[in-house]
Design a protein around this ligand. Structure first.
Ligand SMILES: [Zn+2]
Ligand SMILES: [Zn+2]
Length: 200
């Protein structure tokens, strides 16, 4: 008869001999705790509203003009807090924990902290903890790469000869003007004048 060492349900590594009473190992718990701690800050760095100092873009257009919004940032800013909220609700019902009436200080940091406080319980007792750890991991990598990517690539607006603006970044190889439909090469784009921020 073979005896299998009890393994972590998330990473499948054997559980430490002195701490077998768990579903997820201390390493997975520690990693998830770090990710939950980082998520609110990373999400704030994704803010599609470029108003904070040291923000990603500083656009001060005239009334009615709208700064360009990174759609994936908007999606993540809504989806990740919703994911954390849904796990908090799940853990509350599975473990009989109390949930606050609303998340403070905000929709991302509130549930992230709540989950961190109950992570040890979940790693020991929640039957689906590996699913939560996996989803938290995916959310963390997506938000992190979006936040780092935006910082790495600063985009500027240039003006096509037709008057339309085009947004280009260092990695832009070519772009099609939305005004005249011309397909411009990287060299053409870099030779165009920068858009005046105050121009209509
Ligand atoms: Zn593990
Ligand atoms: Zn054009």
């Amino acid at each position: 008869m073979t005896t299998l060492a009890p393994c972590c349900t998330a990473c499948y590594r054997p559980l430490p001999a002195w701490d077998l009473d768990r579903l997820a190992c201390p390493g997975c718990q520690e990693r998830a705790s770090g990710r939950l701690a980082e998520l609110p800050g990373l999400l704030a760095a994704l803010s599609p509203v470029p108003v904070r100092s040291g923000g990603l873009v500083a656009v001060h257009g005239p009334a009615g003009s709208r700064p360009p919004i990174a759609l994936h940032a908007v999606d993540l800013s809504a989806e990740v807090p919703a994911l954390l909220d849904s796990w908090a609700r799940d853990w509350a019902s599975v473990g009989g924990h109390d949930l606050p009436e609303r998340w403070l200080p905000n929709a991302a940091a509130g549930p992230a902290l709540w989950l961190r406080w109950r992570l040890d319980w979940a790693c020991r007792q929640h039957p689906a903890v590996e699913e939560a750890l996996r989803e938290i991991g995916h959310a963390w990598s997506a938000v992190r790469s979006a936040a780092l990517g935006e910082r790495a690539e600063r985009r500027v607006a240039v003006v096509c000869p037709c008057g339309e603006r085009l947004r280009v970044g260092v990695s832009t190889d070519a772009a099609t003007c939305g005004g005249c439909g011309t397909r411009w090469s990287r060299g053409d784009l870099l030779g165009m004048p920068l858009a005046q921020r105050s121009a209509a």
